[in-house]
Design a protein around this ligand. Structure first.
Ligand SMILES: *Cc1c(COP(=O)(O)O)cnc(C)c1O
Length: 360
């Protein structure tokens, strides 16, 4: 089989070494005679997998001791509701920053539970920018400030952390977590669906400061209560055991790559190479303000949208998959998460140059 490179936005490429290890351990994990899929989540084998995964994630992100790490289900989308249910804590309103499609979804869901105050928005720019921090209308009495550090669809990323003062900062990091080092102490809650940079779909990682636990809105279902999950070691019900295991393999792989400082260097270089190729060309264009171009998701357009389908067909034949942009924005999008090797960038950039030469 010839090499393929998968540029899907999510579920996305996983490190090949991780898949090979999972394959080798699939039917017999470490001599247990069982697949991880078949084990009791309360047995000593799975408990060792679970605690090692948490320890490795804590090490990678240098998570302080006063934060709890939860391995949940329900996707980032469930967090759109869990965040207000757990963090309103008697307050009536929360601040949201609107920088694209995922921000909007979070805003819409939060509106079911509180008064959402959109403190800043880049909708006027078609979500190609990030509003300057000095234009944000933050409310000192907000229960929390929610933002989306990387908009997976629009390809805009914060390369800085907003200062929310004493108001807890909440971040949907689904498509940027583990791409670079992070100062967790700046946040009240960080959450991420696994299927971009952590592991397979079905697992959601939540990192929550422990003073924010235990004051949920009346009527909150048990499964939406962070404290109940924290008190039960994320085993309030049967957790997504296989996803948790695979995430653990990814964390271990990241440590072997040199941790998040090394990943930041690689990710910065990979994305810079692609943006340089886009800006050097008169044929391709990045719609995003250069100050906030994403390291992880790179949308781009062709000078003639009539060539889009031909581009995708030829890219597919060259082994470059899932480059079609999101249906809401059109064009192309190359998602280049941690697991995308530099050789994938080489192949994409070479293909784009050749396509431009023959069609430009
Ligand atoms: C993919 C994604 C989501 C949705 O995640 P689900 O796991 O499908 O709920 C939310 N936010 C961001 C930033 C994403 O990239």
């Amino acid at each position: 089989m010839s090499t393929i490179y998968n540029f899907s936005a999510g579920p996305a490429v996983l490190p090949r070494a991780v898949l090979q290890q999972a394959q080798a351990e699939l039917t017999d994990w470490h001599g247990s005679g069982m697949s991880v899929m078949e084990m009791s989540h309360r047995g000593k084998e799975f408990l060792s997998i679970a605690s090692q995964a948490e320890a490795d994630l804590r090490e990678l992100l240098a998570i302080p001791d006063n934060y709890r790490v939860l391995f949940l289900q329900g996707g980032a989308s469930s967090q759109f509701a869990m965040v207000p249910l757990n963090l309103l804590r008697g307050k009536k309103s929360a601040d949201y920053i609107n920088t694209g499609s995922w921000s909007k979804k979070a805003i819409k869901e939060a509106g079911r539970f509180c008064d959402v105050h959109v403190a800043a928005s880049s909708e006027d720019s078609g979500f190609t920018t990030i509003p300057a921090f000095d234009s944000w209308q933050l409310n000192a009495d907000a229960a929390y400030v929610h933002y989306t550090p990387n908009e997976t669809i629009g390809g805009v990323e914060f390369h800085w952390v907003p200062d929310s003062g004493d108001v807890p900062l909440v971040a949907d990091m689904s498509s940027t977590i583990l791409s670079r080092p992070l100062d967790v102490s700046r946040y009240g809650v960080i959450y991420a669906g696994a299927q971009k940079n952590i592991g397979p779909a079905g697992l959601t990682v939540v990192i929550v400061r422990d003073d924010l636990l235990g004051d949920v809105a009346a009527g909150t279902p048990s499964m939406y209560d962070y404290k109940l999950h924290a008190d039960n070691g994320s085993m309030l019900n049967t957790p997504p055991t296989y996803g948790w295991y695979l995430a653990g393999l990814v964390f271990d792989w990241l440590k072997q790559q040199g941790g998040l400082a090394a990943m930041a260097e690689i990710n910065s270089r990979k994305s810079a190479r692609l943006y340089a190729a886009l800006s050097a060309s008169g044929f391709y264009n990045s719609p995003v303000d250069p100050a906030c171009q994403s390291w992880m998701n790179v949308p781009f357009t062709l000078a003639d949208a009539g060539l889009d389908s031909e581009f995708l067909v030829q890219a597919g034949s060259a082994g470059l998959l899932s480059l079609k942009g999101h249906r809401s924005v059109g064009g192309m999008r190359a998602s280049i998460y941690n697991a995308m090797p530099e050789a994938g960038l080489d192949a994409l950039i070479d293909f784009m140059a050749e396509f431009e030469r023959t069609h430009g």
